[in-house]
Design a protein around this ligand. Structure first.
Ligand code: BTX
Length: 323
């Protein structure tokens, strides 16, 4: 807004010195209460402000934004992330991606937001996506594969994200079938794969990636504090979201081209090397029932094989896994 611009200009001109509420009120022509409200809004948007009695306000830190330019600088992919659509605040990047996919945007288009008001997980679950601290991104793909193979893209994406996290940190991420990435047992990433199809042909696959990057423990709602974590928490230092996104584009494109060329097998081998669930006893909760057993691995199609106590091997296409 106009007032926001004037306020930021005033702080720019003040440099390192404090701006009193009275002074700001005069500069932008509003009441002191209104000044206080504008300051609170700045805080909500990620600015760190210091308020000192009798002196006034000073900006300590501006919010860390991702800019498309920052991502593009140094990006060497052929098509992944070449077309970036950036928004500050959205319902869900998946929603935008679905709309774009109909409009025939190029393959590899990425929709990235600083914040999602109603980010979503699988089966209508919520995905917590606070401002300026995560990677909330949807990728549009148009592989020429049958519908039944679409879930393989979830596994491929998990491998790409693990490789990117490994490149950016010295953390050891692990994959929990099919779509969770854990660090020290806590969820740092979720992947949601959706598709648009006509008859049995895939029109687009939309891969949603949510990564907790720079959240502090207090940034998680209570119900997530035990089960979720962020790269910052695990690493003990912030991670550049733009660098992480660029790294995901790079690893993703490599894996995706390999996949289109040679099929799922090489991806499967990589995936298995990062998976925690394989060899372990686990519980798979499908929509209709729960199966307990030992995870034997995934099939060449990406389906989980679970051996129950009677030695019967079940193929699990979609489930929630409890380790
Ligand atoms: P999921 O169904 O496997 O996981 C959802 C569950 O994970 C929730 O029920 C909750 O318990 C937990 N959860 C919610 N938010 C977080 C979080 N920030 N960190 C860790 N755990 C959480 C996973 O679904 C798929 C998530 C995809 C998110 C991306 S973000 C970009 C794109 N847009 C969009 O709306 N969704 C995708």
């Amino acid at each position: 807004s106009e007032i926001r611009k004037e306020l930021l200009d005033a702080f720019t001109n003040a440099g390192d010195s404090y701006l009193s509420g009275q002074h700001i009120a005069e500069l932008i022509g509003c009441s002191r209460t209104a000044v206080w409200k504008h300051i609170e809004e700045l805080r909500k948007d990620g600015f760190e402000l210091e308020a000192v009695r009798r002196k006034g306000y000073r900006i300590l830190k501006t919010p860390e934004r991702i800019t498309a330019d920052e991502i593009r600088l140094g990006l060497k992919t052929k098509f992944m992330g070449k077309n970036i659509h950036y928004e500050e605040s959205v319902d869900s990047t998946q929603k935008i991606a679905h709309r774009f996919a109909y409009e025939d945007v190029p393959e590899g288009t990425a929709i990235i937001a600083e914040e999602q008001i109603s980010g979503r997980g699988r089966m209508d679950r919520k995905w917590h996506s606070p401002k300026f601290s995560g990677v909330w991104m949807s990728l549009i793909l148009r592989p020429n594969i049958p519908l039944t193979k679409a879930p393989q893209l979830t596994l491929l994406t998990a491998v790409a994200v693990v490789q990117a996290i490994e490149e950016m940190t010295d953390l050891v991420p692990e994959i929990k079938w099919p779509n969770d990435i854990l660090i020290n047992g806590k969820k740092v990433t979720g992947i949601l794969t959706e598709l648009q199809a006509e008859a049995d042909r895939i029109h687009s696959i939309i891969v949603g990636i949510g990564i907790n990057v720079n959240q502090k423990p207090v940034d998680f709602p209570l119900e997530l504090q035990e089960i979720a974590s962020s790269l910052l928490i695990e690493k003990g230092a912030p991670v550049s979201r733009a660098d992480l996104i660029r790294s995901i584009f790079t690893h993703f494109e490599k894996l995706y081209l390999l996949y289109l060329d040679e099929g799922f097998f090489p991806i499967k081998l990589l995936w298995e090397s990062y998976a925690v669930s394989i060899g372990n006893h686990l519980k798979a909760r499908t929509i209709t029932h729960t199966i307990e057993g030992k995870a034997l691995g995934i099939t060449d199609e990406g389906v989980l094989k679970l051996e129950d106590e009677n030695g019967v091997i079940h193929q699990i296409y979609s489930a929630d896994i409890e380790l």
